[in-house]
Design a binder for this molecule. Structure first.
Ligand code: NAP
Length: 381
């Protein structure tokens, strides 16, 4: 089990569940980071007594400094603050629970200090998977998946030689609009889109789950984490979310990880690995579950998934542009500036319209990330 953790995105869905795991497993929390939720950061600071807190927004950082003046907690801000939180002394693991590609630089900073990365922030691997995985290899840093699908694949592959793997079967519930046509989704509101049938998550990933862009981002994440080519990952719709993903071995054997849909479990496993501990997660009641269904996704009804898979095959800067344009478009949808179907339209247009670099360096990735956001913003304004 890890000895101390840094929680990036501590006020979000993953961050709060990580704090809960730390509380129960009695793991010291050495740093916290968030964008601007000072109320929760203050409560977390007074409970966990971290050494350092990063608040991205500078006004909110000043407010937190005022509120914590009676403590010894240092409060930093901006991207630099996030990187400092990621490499805080005494933490051997960083839980990356921030949303979006803002997680990239702090993750790289932690990798360079050989910290274990409990990786929830999939956008980091989507936009710069090759660079991040190569750096982890070079520095000898472990990257353990927190995403439930990737945790399931990781657990199903445990102890196996890579040569035994035939294919990854990546499952997804299909979200709240499973089977809907584009005509039916045209008037979908943010409230409808964030209401996921099985999982309770932050707003951005909930919208991504509705459009199935999330499954596309996970497809790219799986390619990097398990170093497989796109043709060795198959997406399956599985509405019950009991199977969290599976691996097909070369002899036809299929190994799956099952459980109730509760992120507490993969978060805890990334912290306790290679041990397993008792958890608060309920046991799966198979008799109550009764039946499980599986079906192929329909690419016509799921254009975001199709586009993400195309970008995965293309490689280079395509996944970075896809992810950054999607972040901007989902933000605009949540702010009611565009409609639900515009998300795909804008992301596809950014992927089509922006320059493509087959072998980007980190600076190219950061530049294309900015350009993709600007492209979407300009298309909306
Ligand atoms: N939720 C899940 O069940 C789940 C499952 C698998 C993977 N993930 C992945 O985990 C990540 C987080 O998801 P979530 O659902 O926990 O999101 P969320 O509830 O929206 O929380 C996002 C967190 O990131 C912080 N944040 C956002 N922008 C930031 C910035 N510029 N600087 C510093 N902190 C920033 C937020 O701070 P404020 O609160 O101050 O805004 C909040 O703490 C995403 O990459 C998602 O894909 C989530």
């Amino acid at each position: 089990m890890v000895k101390g953790i840094a929680i990036l995105g501590s006020t979000g869905s993953i961050g709060r569940q990580t704090a809960q795991a730390a509380r129960r497993l009695e793991i010291p929390v050495l740093s916290l980071a968030a964008r601007r939720d000072v109320d929760l950061l203050e409560r977390q600071a007074r409970e966990f007594h971290p050494r350092y807190i990063a608040v991205y927004d500078s006004e909110a950082a000043a407010e937190l400094r005022r509120r914590l003046a009676d403590t010894s907690v240092e409060v930093g801000e901006g991207e630099e603050g996030l990187c400092a939180a990621a490499v805080v002394d005494g933490a051997d693991c960083v839980v990356t629970g921030v949303s979006g590609s803002i997680g990239l630089k702090p993750t790289l900073a932690a990798i360079r200090r050989k910290r274990r990365i409990a990786l929830a922030n999939k956008e980091t691997l989507v936009c710069a998977g090759e660079i991040v995985m190569a750096e982890a290899e070079r520095c000898g840093a472990e990257i353990l998946p927190v995403d439930s699908e990737h945790s399931a694949i990781f657990q199903s592959l445990a102890g196996r030689d890579k040569s035994e793997l035939h294919r990854i079967l990546l499952t997804g519930s299909g979200g709240p609009f499973r089977g809907w046509t584009r005509e039916q989704t045209k008037d979908v509101t943010p409230e409808q889109a964030v209401r996921h049938p099985n999982w309770s998550m932050g707003a951005k990933i909930s919208v991504d789950s509705a459009t199935m862009m999330n499954k596309g981002l996970e497809f790219i994440e799986a390619m990097h984490l398990f170093s497989v080519t796109p043709d060795r990952i198959k997406v399956l719709i599985h509405p019950e979310s009991a199977v969290h993903s599976m691996v097909e071995l070369v002899d036809g054997t299929v190994i799956a990880q099952l459980g109730v849909p509760d992120m507490g479990l993969p978060i805890q496993y990334a912290l306790t690995w290679p041990e397993r501990r008792e958890s608060e997660t309920a046991f799966l009641d198979f008799a109550k579950l009764g039946t499980m269904h599986f079906e192929d996704p329909d690419p016509e009804k799921l254009p975001c998934l199709r586009l993400a898979m195309e970008c995965a095959r293309q490689g280079g800067t395509a996944p970075c542009v896809l992810s950054a344009a999607n972040e901007a478009a989902v933000g605009a949808f949540l702010g009611r500036r565009i409609g639900y179907n515009d998300i795909y339209r804008l992301v596809a247009s950014a992927v089509e319209g922006l320059e493509f670099l087959p072998h980007p360096a980190l600076e190219d990735i950061l530049r294309m990330d900015r350009l993709a956001r600007d492209y979407v913003k300009a298309a909306i304004d």
